[in-house]
Design a protein around this ligand. Structure first.
Ligand code: NAI
Length: 509
């Protein structure tokens, strides 16, 4: 198939530029790679050759295809050599002044109908185009690292970008084997915006002393199915990359509470405790392997008290069945006996508040997170309140661990860990839809491919119940009095009909 752009140049031969050059050559284009450091181009081309050789060894590329690709990829030594290209993708240093100077130079060099694309992750496309003579020819073309493996690319229209430019870049992305998603020119575009909730909410949970890093990671992996916990992810990305992104999006949205960064990462960044690459982050690394203390075993309890379940517990019938399966002695009276372990399962509220409102003895009250049905999780999470007696905490932990499923016990906070993080993800995603940054369908694609979440955020909301998510957010707002939990109007409206419905009907313009 003839490539949409037959002659492409990539400027900046760093981590991103070399990946873009690789897939551009694979798609059939003639590719020139330029960098203002000549040795970087040479090492980038060597590196790309090695990638192709490996693909050939694994049987994923034929030898003649590898040969063709190698012939199509050429170093450029001067910008002037790029004059005949019909697409230039810049992937140079993330500085507005340096990028705009390069784009202006390129514009003078290229044919008027050539397309200029920027791989910027945080600068505005409209701002990059502001001083160009043909701002309509510039669009964002935002790939993810490593480019050949991360199969999604955001195509971003600045305020003056021609729709035909975005359409051509999207078609070209498909030829490269990537999935394009269309985004409006807004801070963080789709993926970096939608990804705000996971780390920041987890950091907030830690900052409140609710639990430790490793436990929060285990809970989110085992209850929701995230591949990496938020602290494992922050360690992998490194705080010198992720903390500035958190700050940039927060400030670009004029201190919107939903994106508020954490002093925890600010301090760690200042201290050089960046993550895996420095050997120490939230975890200590030994030869690149995180050193994680083993999980404490569930306690042995010989005299298990009877159990009473609040009539207002979430998924009450399911909880009662689970208790039966675990061999618990269940009390059925209107109120708990004097010996009973008292179980509550709130959405958004903290255990202390629930005990007080329901007139339960806080010393015997323990909470369980049932936002997600027990059968769909690989871990149970209990929360105590400050008055919970240790024998009651131990009884609850031992009881719920009887079938071998791991149990984490955290301190009291509104909404447990999963409820807070999931509700925050769904809320920010809903607000992206509200702002029409992209279609709900593209949002789901961008988040699953770009962030590797187990479900798109809207599907996640539907899966766990939009009304449950709203209840969590409303109650978190009451507990914390913090506008970060204010539900997006889109979520409030869609709560009743489902979030991932009507994908096809929504456009961003
Ligand atoms: P990098 O630092 O690995 O590579 C940048 C390259 O650009 C360097 O080789 C440098 O010599 C070259 N360069 C700088 N100024 C130049 C100029 N005026 N003319 C020609 N070459 C110049 O950076 P990286 O990580 O590849 O990022 C490049 C762009 O991609 C940035 O805009 C960044 O925000 C964006 N990006 C980065 C991602 C990542 O995970 N690293 C992900 C998505 C986007």
């Amino acid at each position: 198939m003839k490539p949409i752009f037959s002659s492409v140049s990539v400027i900046g031969a760093g981590a991103m530029g070399r990946g873009i050059a690789q897939i551009a050559a694979q798609s059939g284009s003639q590719v020139f790679l330029f960098d203002n450091q000549t040795d970087v181009v040479t090492s980038a081309i060597d590196n790309i050759y090695t990638q192709w050789d490996k693909l050939q060894q694994k049987g994923r590329m034929a030898s003649d295809a590898v040969l063709d690709c190698k012939q199509r990829l050429k170093p450029a030594h001067q910008l002037q050599e790029l004059a005949s290209c019909d697409l230039v993708v810049e992937a140079i240093v993330e500085r507005l002044d340096i990028k705009t100077a390069l784009l202006a130079q390129l514009e003078d060099l290229l044919a008027p109908d050539a397309v200029l694309a920027s791989n910027t992750s945080s600068l505005s496309i409209t701002a990059l185009a502001a001083k160009l003579k043909r701002p309509q020819r510039l669009a964002g073309f935002h790939f993810f690292n490593p480019v050949p493996l991360m199969k999604v690319v955001e195509v971003i229209a600045g305020l003056k970008t021609d729709a035909s430019v975005c359409a051509a870049l999207s078609a070209y992305a498909r030829q490269m084997g990537h999935t394009p998603v269309n985004a409006q020119d807004t801070p963080g575009f789709i993926v970096n915006h939608a990804g705000r909730a996971y780390g920041t909410e987890a950091l907030r949970i830690i900052s409140e002393g609710v639990s430790d890093f490793a436990t929060v990671d285990r809970i989110l992996r085992d209850q929701v199915g995230f591949r990496l916990g938020p602290f494992e992810l922050l360690d992998l990305t490194a705080l010198d990359v992720s903390h500035p992104v958190m700050e940039s999006i927060y400030h670009q949205y004029y201190e919107e509470a939903r994106y508020r960064p954490s002093v925890i990462t600010a301090q760690r960044l200042a201290g050089g405790i960046l993550g895996r690459k420095t050997g120490q982050g939230f975890y200590q690394y030994d030869n690149g392997v995180a050193q994680i203390a083993p999980e404490p075993q569930a306690p042995q309890v010989d005299n298990m008290p009877p159990v009473w379940v609040s009539p207002r517990a979430a998924r009450r019938a399911e909880l009662l069945q689970l208790l039966k399966d675990l061999g618990a002695k269940i009390e059925t009276g209107q109120s708990p006996s004097a010996q009973a372990l008292t179980l509550v399962a709130p959405l958004g509220f903290d255990i202390t508040t629930v005990a007080v409102v329901e007139r339960l003895d806080p010393a015997r009250t323990v909470g369980i997170d049932l936002l997600i049905e027990d059968s769909a999780t690989k871990r149970r999470v209990l929360a105590t309140n400050p008055a919970t007696r240790s024998d009651m905490r131990e009884a609850a932990q031992a009881l719920f661990a009887r079938d071998g499923k791991p149990v984490s016990v955290i301190r009291d906070s509104g909404g447990f860990v999963t409820q807070r993080v999931v509700a925050s993800i769904v809320n920010i995603a809903s607000d992206i839809c509200q702002q029409r940054i992209c279609t709900p369908k593209d949002l789901e694609i961008a988040v699953t491919l770009g962030l590797g979440y187990p479900l798109g955020p809207l599907t996640m909301g539907d899966r766990y119940g939009p009304s449950n998510i709203l209840e969590v957010l409303f109650n978190l707002q009451t507990v914390y009095g913090d506008p970060r939990y204010r539900p997006s109007p889109w979520l409030r409206r869609r709560g009743a009909i489902g979030l991932s419905l009507l994908h096809e009907e929504e456009s961003i313009t």
